[in-house]
Design a protein around this ligand. Structure first.
Ligand code: ZN
Length: 445
């Protein structure tokens, strides 16, 4: 089976609903950059694809960073004088600020207020807040709930405030799925998995990444594919610090996130800007004149910041739908399971597969008979491939590949210049190679 065949089967059996269902199953888990929620999530991933789970002890140095203490949260609430939970972690895990230190206290609303976070502009949404690297605690709630609390609280009334958490030495967990190919050169797919009940950021990325690993597991691969499921920022830093050798084998990479919203696909280029991955994604997004956005690299965003730091400068871009921070639901309770759509997950999955189809099939060749056109008819090549009557694509692909294969242009370049589908260009190149009309280009060239 090839990626091209996998793509054609997607039309018959869409996987959007299945990916959405996986996101739904992960949604209630309270994840953070360390702790049992992240571990449980990796266990769910392991039920679907072969992964190696790593535990890196707190205190381990990773370049300029240190693996933090492990956060465990059991319960968190604010109770009013009548013992009623007016803010309740059990009802929604976004209610507690991630990495909150333990608290057990009685205080007035005035004393509590500096620890309460709302979104006044979006009065029905709960914000998502964390405090990973500064000891703090807090609660998040809707503006409407806060207004009601202020309204109903008598002067001087005391609340019982509890964050039943621990911050102790433990470990940072991450998981990798390596699908070996015929080459040890790697394609990296990096997915942060550290957010609690938020769907687009980041469960959509996990759902599509897992589906990609399942599908790629069943195809013949040239490249080796490495999927990493990591906590954001600290996870990629830790991974890079422990895997410099593997990092040197990465030929192409994509950071996956925000792939379930209905917005257009966006691609943020690698730091290099003209890497093969940048050109491959640009080509795929331009197919069928679909609406899309391509943006230059910037040292802000997700884990591409680390992969593209100057000491690594890996060819890693980020393929998303609406990027982080550019949809109002981002990092709020409105980034829920209704916000991500099976059709969008499906479309993102197909786009990633088309990129891999290009990477797998790309190559640079030389025309062995470059003086005038070789006679294709006597070799049975003219109208020999392709079966649809009147479809001139196979012939045109042969002519384009012969014309452009001067050792300079890759098959991807030829697909871009000819406007023909990449798969047709690859098929033509295979036919010409078989007939000795095309030769391998000097790999150093
Ligand atoms: Zn986020």
């Amino acid at each position: 089976m090839t990626i091209t065949e996998v793509l054609s089967r997607l039309d018959d059996k869409p996987l959007g609903a299945e990916m959405h269902e996986f996101a739904r199953s992960l949604f209630p888990i309270c994840r953070s950059i360390t702790g049992p929620g992240f571990r449980e999530t990796m266990a769910r991933v392991e039920e679907r694809i072969p992964v190696e789970v790593h535990e890196v002890p707190s205190g381990t140095a990773a370049f300029d960073w240190v693996v933090p203490r492990e956060w465990r949260i059991r319960d968190a609430y604010v109770k009013d004088a009548g013992g009623c939970r007016v803010i309740d972690f059990q009802e929604c895990n976004l209610h507690v600020v991630g990495y909150s230190v333990p608290v057990q206290a009685r205080m007035t609303l005035d004393e509590l207020r500096p620890h309460l976070h709302t979104l006044p502009d979006k009065p029905d949404w709960i914000p998502y807040r964390t405090s990973y690297y500064t000891d703090a605690w807090g609660f998040c709630l809707t503006q409407r709930a806060l207004d009601a609390l202020i309204e109903s609280t008598a002067e001087g009334a005391e609340f019982e405030v509890c964050v039943d958490s621990t911050l102790e030495d433990g470990a940072l967990t991450y998981a990798e799925c390596l699908l070996p190919g015929s080459s040890t050169e790697e394609v990296l797919i990096s997915c942060h998995a550290c957010h609690p009940s938020l769907a687009n950021d980041n469960l959509s990325g996990m759902a599509v990444a897992v589906a990609l690993a399942q599908l790629l597991g069943g195809v013949a691969r040239r490249y080796s594919y490495r999927f990493v499921f990591i906590p954001g920022t600290i996870g990629s830093i830790v991974w890079l610090s422990r895997n410099e050798e593997a990092a040197a084998r990465i030929r192409h990479g994509l950071v996956i996130a925000n792939v379930g919203d209905p917005g257009d696909l966006h691609y943020k280029k690698s730091r290099r800007g003209d890497a093969e991955i940048d050109r491959a994604v640009g080509y795929v997004l331009g197919l069928h004149a679909r609406r899309h956005v391509i943006e230059e690299f910037s040292p802000y965003g997700y884990d591409e910041r680390q992969y593209c730091s100057p000491g690594f400068d890996l060819p890693v871009g980020s393929l998303t739908r609406t990027p982080f921070g550019r949809y109002p639901e981002y990092h709020t309770s409105a980034d829920n399971l209704d916000f991500i759509e099976p059709a969008a997950l499906e479309d993102s999955l197909a786009a990633y597969l088309r990129v891999f189809e290009v990477l797998e099939g790309n190559g640079r060749y030389v025309n062995r008979l470059p003086k005038c056109e070789p006679q294709l008819g006597k070799r049975g090549l003219y109208r020999a491939i392709g079966t649809t009557p009147g479809d001139r694509t196979p012939e045109m692909a042969l002519l384009w590949v012969l014309n452009q294969s001067d050792g300079e242009h890759t098959l991807l370049d030829i697909a871009v210049r000819s406007g023909l589908p990449f798969a047709a260009i690859r098929t033509a190149a295979d036919a010409l190679l078989e007939h000795g009309l095309l030769g391998e280009s000097d790999p150093q060239g």
